[in-house]
Design a binder for this molecule. Structure first.
Ligand SMILES: C[S@@+](CC[C@H](N)C(=O)[O-])C[C@H]1O[C@@H](n2cnc3c(N)ncnc32)[C@H](O)[C@@H]1O
Length: 233
């Protein structure tokens, strides 16, 4: 495979050949093509994919933040029912699938990884839901979303630095921002309202732990002290 020319056929063959259809432990009603111990995908592809300049296969795992957020949406469907939803940094599409199952009016998944479009398409089909997809980098962009879902996105300092002002801007415009996070290093420590807490089983290979305490947050106030305050705040 060449990094600049991954066809959907290449991606589909790779995904089907290196994963199995299984339920993430905290969201058993959804099935996804996920890496398992048999395929040892994380190690194999870190070496193989690095050689051709591709990122690690985030799409092949149901991350703790995504599992917590998907659980919360399925248990509290009013969070998304009837709304236009963006699942930012969708990976496998887990959170987007949960939103569609919970009755969202439309769901768009966004991820810049070149395998994700195919992974999301296969996973949506496996769960009989319809999800749109974009590989565009939406950070800083506006859309007609009512709700933005972000599962496990605060793991990288640079990414977090871009997300905070974007999330604040969307929040000011009336978009509900819901975040699933298992205590990643760059989660903002202000402006967030706790909605739910779960003990989420995770892959020891990735997390060096079997369970991650995962919180679902709603952006409630400006995160950064310098952010403009709404009138009367
Ligand atoms: C830890 S994974 C989380 C995946 C999924 N939300 C979950 O919880 O299972 C982080 C994802 O962020 C995606 N990502 C990173 N930067 C991005 C960007 N600028 N736009 C969209 N996706 C991005 C990566 O490709 C990866 O799939």
């Amino acid at each position: 495979m060449n990094a600049r020319r991954i066809t959907p056929e290449d991606a589909e063959a790779f995904i089907l050949g290196n994963t199995s259809l299984m339920a993430p432990p905290h969201v058993p009603e959804i099935r996804l093509y996920l890496a398992d111990e048999v395929h040892d995908l994380w190690h194999k592809t870190e070496e193989e994919l690095q050689e051709i300049g591709l990122p690690p296969p985030f799409w092949a795992f149901a991350w703790a933040g995504g599992q917590g957020l998907a659980r919360c949406i399925l248990d509290h469907p009013k969070l998304v029912a009837g709304r236009h939803v963006l699942d930012f940094a969708s990976g496998s599409g887990l959170v987007a699938i949960a939103a569609a199952m919970a009755g969202a009016q439309s769901v768009m998944a966004a991820d810049t990884d070149p395998f994700c479009e195919t992974a999301v398409r296969l996973n949506a089909a496996a769960n009989q839901v319809e999800i749109g997809f974009t590989a565009a980098n939406l950070i800083g962009k506006k859309g007609d979303w009512d709700v933005l879902l972000a599962g496990d996105v605060f793991y990288d300092k640079v990414l977090a630095g871009h997300l905070v002002p974007w999330f604040e801007e969307l929040h000011r415009k009336g978009v509900t921002i819901l975040i699933g996070d298992p205590g990643r290093s760059y989660l903002p420590n202000s402006g967030l309202e706790r909605l739910a807490v779960y003990e989420v089983p995770v892959t020891r290979l990735l997390e060096d732990s079997e369970v991650k305490r995962t919180t679902v947050w709603r952006l409630a106030r400006p995160i950064s002290p310098t952010a403009p305050q709404p009138c009367g705040a």
